[in-house]
Every structure is written in structure tokens, then in C-alpha cells.
Design a protein around this ligand. Structure first.
Ligand code: GLN
Length: 302
């Protein structure tokens, strides 16, 4: 394992200048495009790290997996009347499909879907910010995980498209809370900063039938772990989900901070960080790294 991730790292170390660092949330543009880290965490508790693995970055849409996992045990099948389970085939912040489909987002991993999840969470957990941070800290076994106030405030100030998504859903009756309150919580979630090693550890419960191996806690049921992994496989990369599944063969989730986390059920989780994004908003080098990882390891879910 050590040899595989080191050789992939060496191979891609100088592969920069192929994509573009996100700048629509202005503080994200300040991050160096050269950053590169890989962390693996196995269900047995082994860890392997290479590159800038101790440095924290903005997890952005990777947080959508944490919010769905937090909500899953609190709701029944009625959740799926408010958000779908199908790939969107559209950009993560698209409004078009939402109008056609009467305010029901295609899945929980596009922005509209995650806004519905946050709306539902706030109905159940009024102090969601604190609870979510504690949740992520528990999953990763690290207290040193925080929101980035600068990133959250900047997204809140500039996120007109996300506000439009929320208002559109509200006009269809698929949104209970106040748009500003829900959107503020959403921006905080997206602004969480973590290192690849913290992220790999925080996702290991999805490789371990829903159980956090650090403390034996059943975070989500075995069935929900299966479902969340299935959603990541089909919807984790927006309109590039099919290509990711083809190249990598694993459930995973990306964020515009350049992070990607993927899971091999029963075995391991892997987090990669490289901020240059392709036109779908997914990390270019992150995807190549994961494609080589499953090829060289000879293990994916297929
Ligand atoms: N906070 C970002 C947004 O809503 C998250 C998008 C992403 O990471 N793909 O636009």
C-alpha cells in the first residue's frame, strides 16, 4: 500500500496546470494549485499518508455525505419524497432541472438536494452547527476540526445561485425553513476544513458497515451505509459520475476545494487533495490518482 501511494504521488507530483482552482468562492482562489496529498485508512486501523496530508483544506461538497449520514437515522422513507436518488446529469448548482421537476432535487449530493437535507436537519436539530462539528470530530477521532469563518461568510455573501435554488424549492413547497437560516448552515458545513488523513478516517465507517472502528459506534445502519455508498457511486461527481465510476470503480464524493474521498467497502477509505478542478468541478489530479490506485491495487467494487 505504502509503495503504491508513494509511486502514484511521485508520478503526478509535477502534474499541475491542467485544471483551474475554484474562484467563485473568493477565499478558495488563494489556495496553492500545487498542493497534493493522499491518505488511506484501512478498517483494521492502518494509515498511510503522502504529500501535504497534514494541511487542512475546505471540504465543500464532501460535507454533503456527513449531513446525509447525520439525517439518515432520524428520518424514514418520507425523505425520498423531498429529494430523489437519481444521477442529475447536470452541474452541481443547476436550476433548470429543478424547475421541470417541481422543486424536487434529483439527489442529496447536488446543491439543491443538500439544501433540502440541511432544511430537514434544522427542523430536528436547531443547534445544527455544533452538532455537526461534534459528529465530524467523532468520526475522524480529532477535535481539531472547525468551520472556516472566512469561507463561510464569503459563500454566504456571494451564493446567489444557491439562494435561488432554495427559493425555487420553497415556491414548490419543498423547503420549510427560512432560506437565509438554512443557507447559513449550508455555508458553514461546506466551510469545514480537514486534512486528507482526517477525511479518510472520517469516511471509514462507510467501508465498515456503518460502524466507526475508533469507538465501535454504529453511525448509520448497515443498510444505510450500503445506500449512502450507492448514492456516492451514482451521484457523487455530478455530471461526471459515470466517468468517475468507469475510471475508478468506487463510491466517492468530491468538493470544489479539490478534495475527493472514496471507499472500498470492507477494506479502506482514501482521500486525495489537489485543488485544480476540471470543468465539472472535480479535482483533475484527484481522479487520476484514484483511477491509478484501484488499477494498481487491483481492487475496486467491481
Ligand atoms: N459550497 C459549494 C457550493 O455550494 C459546494 C460545491 C461543491 O463543492 N461542488 O457551490
Amino acid at each position: 500500500m505504502e509503495t503504491i501511494i508513494k509511486s502514484i504521488y511521485e508520478n503526478y507530483k509535477n502534474s499541475v496546470g491542467i485544471g483551474k482552482v475554484a474562484d467563485y468562492i473568493p477565499p478558495l482562489a488563494k489556495v496553492s494549485h500545487e498542493k497534493y496529498a493522499i491518505s488511506v485508512c484501512t478498517v483494521e486501523g492502518e494509515r498511510f499518508n503522502v504529500g501535504d496530508w497534514q494541511e487542512k483544506f475546505s471540504i465543500q461538497s464532501i460535507s454533503k455525505v456527513f449531513t446525509l449520514s447525520l439525517l439518515a437515522p432520524l428520518v424514514g422513507p418520507e425523505l425520498w419524497e423531498c429529494v430523489g436518488k437519481e444521477p442529475s446529469g447536470s452541474p452541481f448548482n443547476s436550476l433548470v432541472q429543478l424547475e421541470y421537476e417541481k422543486g424536487i432535487p434529483r439527489n442529496p449530493f447536488i446543491n439543491a438536494g443538500a439544501l433540502v437535507v440541511t432544511d430537514k436537519l434544522l427542523e430536528k436539530i436547531p443547534n445544527l452547527d455544533d452538532v455537526l462539528l461534534d459528529y465530524v470530530r467523532g468520526l475522524s477521532g480529532s477535535q481539531d476540526i472547525h468551520f472556516c469563518r472566512d469561507v463561510a461568510a464569503s459563500e454566504y455573501a456571494t451564493g446567489e445561485r444557491n439562494k435561488a435554488l432554495a427559493h425555487l424549492m420553497k415556491s414548490f413547497g419543498n423547503f420549510k425553513g427560512k432560506v437565509s437560516t438554512v443557507f447559513r448552515a449550508y455555508c458553514n458545513q461546506c466551510s469545514i476544513e480537514m486534512s486528507t488523513s482526517q477525511l479518510a478516517q472520517a469516511f471509514i465507517f462507510l467501508a465498515n458497515k456503518g460502524v466507526n472502528p475508533l469507538n465501535g459506534e454504529q453511525v448509520v445502519s448497515c443498510r444505510d451505509a450500503k445506500r449512502i455508498n450507492s448514492l456516492m457511486l451514482t451521484c457523487g461527481f455530478y455530471d461526471e459520475s459515470g466517468d468517475f465510476a468507469y475510471r475508478v470503480g468506487l463510491p466517492g464524493k468530491s468538493g470544489v476545494g479539490g478534495g475527493i474521498v472514496a471507499v472500498i467497502p470492507g477494506k479502506l477509505s482514501i482521500a486525495v487533495w489537489s485543488p485544480e478542478l476540471n470543468r465539472y468541478g472535480n479535482s483533475c489530479r484527484g481522479i487520476s490518482t484514484l483511477a491509478d490506485f484501484t488499477t494498481e491495487l487491483g481492487i475496486s467494487v467491481f
